[in-house]
Design a protein around this ligand. Sequence first.
Ligand SMILES: Nc1ncnc2c1ncn2[C@@H]1O[C@H](COP(=O)(O)OP(=O)(O)OP(=O)(O)O)[C@@H](O)[C@H]1O
Ligand SMILES: [Mg+2]
Length: 232
Amino acid sequence: MEPTRFVVVANLKGGVGKTTLAVNLACALAVVAGHATALVDADPQRSATLWAARRRLPVEVLAIPSEVGDGSVHNWMWAVRRVRGRRARVVVDLPAVLGELTGAALLFADLVVVPTTLDAIDVEATRRTLRLVRRTRLQREDRGPHALVVPNRVEGGFLEVRRALARLRDLGEDMAPPVRRHALFPGGFTGADWVGGMRRFSRATRDIRRLLERVEARLAMLPESLRLHPGG
Ligand SMILES: Nc1ncnc2c1ncn2[C@@H]1O[C@H](COP(=O)(O)OP(=O)(O)OP(=O)(O)O)[C@@H](O)[C@H]1O
Ligand SMILES: [Mg+2]
């Protein structure tokens, strides 16, 4: 059986779309790619859990906030690693600002998805987040995790967007096709569904499918073994 792949959605900056992309990506992994998928909500604010509260999401959402057990990051890491079970994919939605938690998640992530808007302040935070990723790579035998920067809430004219995307490319990591600003994304929260569940053929759903393809393509490139997985 293929090992469980952990996809961690992280950015040290708040409000860049971590929860939005984590929920929608997890649902696409389950519904479109057909993987047994769980979403771990590590945010003490429990945004993803609230999203799933109406039970319309096609994935299981497990709240494992940072203060689990004795509150140590080590404890949290073990709790998340235990989610594996028979699942092919585990998506982890991290809170912003908790650098220690992000650092711990990067130790077991197979892939880290880093959403960012094109605003300069978010791009700067993304740079800091990627620095943390690179530091983690020095600690891991397999030199992982691979990072995928996801431009999110993108809007504006062709040239403007192209220039902004070029700045993101300067961050020196892999970049996914942009997810554009779309009213279905905030709508998902109130409707308690992912975008594909609300509208199969909207632009928002197409953007999430493209992201899914990139994520799957990256995961397919991972070696089967040689990973430094606490508990694994
Ligand atoms: N592509 C998009 N189009 C339109 N709105 C979006 C998009 N992505 C995210 N949003 C909206 O932006 C806001 C912030 O998104 P979200 O809560 O996912 O960010 P976050 O990074 O998880 O924030 P936090 O750091 O507080 O956990 C939400 O209102 C969400 O609906
Ligand atoms: Mg969030």
